[in-house]
Design a protein around this ligand. Structure first.
Ligand code: DAK
Length: 259
């Protein structure tokens, strides 16, 4: 898995994608999106990958979409870029494995939008997160106006989107934009520890639960609960559910097989 703009590795059941354009603070261009999309396909197919980490490493997550690329793009390049943005973000959202965003330094604009499509976001102290597109005469086009609003509520979303001012990791934690803040040097250790913890759970229960949460966000409560009930009934008949309950009764650790 050799790429130009990302690093990609699989270790201990964890697939990690690291944005890798340090000279431009990991600004996101079409090539990076293409490579990330390809890596996500590989992770989706590979049964050994139980959890995915998306990161920029311990310096910077991403300063947003590549402004040089966007300002020079022809209409056809712009069309392809927009398509790739949505394709990649949809692949993260629809991946049937948990995706953890490990965020350091900056997550701005399209960088922030990438993290919003992940399941869990943890940040390093000193990180700034925001959607400054309004200062470029734009607004977020990668789902930011929608996902941020659902995640932190209309009030905070409008504050962030309308001012374009980033907030620090502590404030992001206070509004629920991230769920944990750790010292920068511990970010990757924390992300991997969390990933390993999730990787030990039943992959089938994890997958079905993720689909319930995500489906429920887009429908009314009774429909979401109905979906949860139907899927739960299906889950109860799996080997993993039997094993989990049996292990509890036998006072031992479960041995989940994802079946
Ligand atoms: N694009 C391209 N290059 C960038 C960049 C970016 N977003 N951010 C930084 N760089 C480059 C800088 O130009 C500089 O390059 P050189 O001058 O060295 O060649 C290098 O990275 C280091 O940056 P600075 O020298 O500026 O570093 P500082 O520490 O002084 O400042 C900064 C860091 C993050 C405050 C500053 O670089 C900055 O304000 N950057 C721009 C941040 C920003 O506005 N981001 C939002 C971009 S717009 C869509 C989906 C998504 C999007 C749009 C549409 N569709 C699906 C429709 C997303 C849009 C965006 O993200």
């Amino acid at each position: 898995m050799n790429y130009e703009t990302i690093l990609c590795e699989i270790e201990d059941g964890i697939g990690t994608i690291t944005l890798n354009r340090p000279k431009v603070l990991n600004a996101i261009n079409d090539e990076l999106l293409k490579e990330m999309s390809e890596a996500l396909d590989i992770f989706a197919e590979n049964q050994n990958v139980k959890v995915v980490i998306l990161t920029g490493g311990d310096k910077v997550f991403a300063a947003g979409a590549d402004i040089v690329f966007m300002s020079e793009a022809s209409s056809l390049e712009a069309e392809s870029f927009v398509r790739l943005c949505h394709e990649t973000i949809d692949k993260i959202t629809n991946l049937d494995k948990p995706v953890i965003a490990a965020i350091a330094g900056l997550a701005l604009g399209g960088g922030c939008e990438l993290t919003l499509s992940c399941d869990i976001r943890i940040a390093a102290e000193g990180t700034n997160i925001g959607l400054p597109e309004i200062n470029l005469g734009l607004y977020p086009g990668g789902g930011g106006t929608q996902r941020l609003t659902r995640l932190v509520g209309t009030g905070w979303a409008k504050q962030l989107l309308m001012t374009g001012k980033p907030i620090d990791a502590k404030s992001a934690l206070n509004i629920g934009l991230v769920t944990k803040v750790v010292p920068a040097q511990e970010l990757m250790k924390e992300a991997k520890g969390l990933a390993l913890e999730l990787a030990r759970k039943s992959t089938i229960a994890m997958r079905l639960m993720k689909s319930c949460i995500d489906y429920g966000e887009n429908v009314d409560l009774p429909s979401g609960c109905l979906f949860e009930q139907k899927v739960w009934a299906l889950l109860l008949s799996t080997d993993d559910a039997h094993e989990g309950m049996k292990a509890f009764l036998e006072k031992r650790k479960p041995d989940f097989r994802g079946r």
